[in-house]
Design a protein around this ligand. Structure first.
Ligand SMILES: [Zn+2]
Ligand SMILES: [Zn+2]
Length: 137
């Protein structure tokens, strides 16, 4: 059973551009979620010549390798990225679109039970709650 959070990254030499992208994400406070555009804007401060296509490719590779986490939040216009963290769920406000972390993960026994019951191999757990945040209620 594995979740997409907190795995140890594969050892691989990263190109300098990718290190800049990674630093842009590790630089932010835990619990902050950045779109590819946000990452692009931050990384450009360090490397003004960086192109968006490179950032896009870099993010895909970095999440594949486990350095960053890509979060596809239902209802959000685009995926967001965050640094690796403890397993958690997300809450998306349907009014202002803000996304925040919720300390929540399914009990491992439940996942094992589900997998067995439906004859599945569950590899990624991703939970999103939707509703209204404190300032929109
Ligand atoms: Zn809100
Ligand atoms: Zn998160």
């Amino acid at each position: 059973m594995s979740s997409n959070f907190g795995g140890s990254p594969a050892r691989e030499r990263l190109p300098a551009n990718y290190l800049t992208i990674l630093a842009a994400i590790r630089d932010i406070a835990p619990g902050t979620h950045l779109t590819a555009q946000d990452v692009f804007a931050r990384a450009r401060r360090q490397r003004p010549k960086l192109g968006f296509a490179t950032v896009h490719r870099g993010l895909a590779r970095l999440s594949e390798l486990g350095y960053v986490i890509k979060v596809d939040v239902p209802g959000a216009a685009c995926a967001v990225y965050e640094q690796t963290a403890e397993p958690h769920a997300h809450f998306r406000c349907s009014s202002c679109g803000s996304i925040r972390d919720i300390a929540f993960s399914l009990p491992p026994e439940l996942l094992v039970g589900l997998a067995r019951q439906h004859d599945l191999q569950i590899e990624v757990e991703s939970t999103t709650f939707t509703g209204r945040c404190a300032s929109c209620r």
